[in-house]
Design a protein around this ligand. Structure first.
Ligand code: SF4
Ligand code: SF4
Length: 174
């Protein structure tokens, strides 16, 4: 994106792509700083349908295909599969698994420890009983049960498994 000649942030690229579609009239965006509100207001006032050039579209396509090449599960984080009756954090596990390949193994495992491994209520893939409820709701048709096993093997090799179990014991002792 740096080579595109645009000074748009990644969030602005995403919003601009949405505003570029003539079918889209409203865009909802999560914001947690004044700067983000200002950027989003500016983007909304500038970005009309059809404003993106062919070169802009080519930049987006390049980014999209690079991410697709690297990600292991095409999970969009929509959470339609949730809640899992056994408490498995399905989108959280897939996000960390993808991070291992899009960013780095250590970053994916670090995120996993922070957002899944050390939460008060355990949310591990190994809690899955294979009921298949989640797969009925996934718009991406992800074979969730199979992918959870694959993700868990990558995210929690034995030393991590032992480390996380020990940390949980210490943090949540009564
Ligand atoms: S198949 Fe596993 S992850 Fe999916 S809803 Fe059932 S228990 Fe949860
Ligand atoms: S429904 Fe599918 S795409 Fe959406 S969060 Fe769950 S696994 Fe990911």
């Amino acid at each position: 994106m740096q080579q595109s000649g645009r000074d748009w942030s990644p969030a602005e690229w995403g919003l601009r792509w949405l505003y570029d579609q003539p079918e889209v009239t409203v865009v909802l965006s999560g914001m947690n700083s004044v700067e983000m509100v200002e950027e989003n207001c500016r983007t909304a006032s500038e970005a009309l349908p059809g404003h993106m050039t062919e070169q802009d579209q080519a930049v987006l396509e390049t980014v999209r295909s690079r991410i697709r090449e690297k990600e292991r599960v095409g999970c969009t984080g929509c959470r339609y599969c949730m809640p899992c009756p056994k408490g498995v954090d399905i989108p959280g596990i897939f996000r960390c698994y993808n991070t291992m390949f899009i960013e780095s193994k250590s970053q994916g495992r670090f995120q996993f420890a922070q957002t899944v491994g050390l939460t008060k209520e355990p949310a591990f893939a190994t809690q899955c009983i294979g009921c298949g409820k989640c797969e009925q709701h996934c718009p991406q048709n992800i074979p969730i049960r199979e992918k959870l096993k694959e993700a868990d093997r990558a995210l929690r090799p034995l030393p991590y498994r032992i480390g996380i179990a020990a940390a949980r014991k210490f943090m949540f002792r009564k």
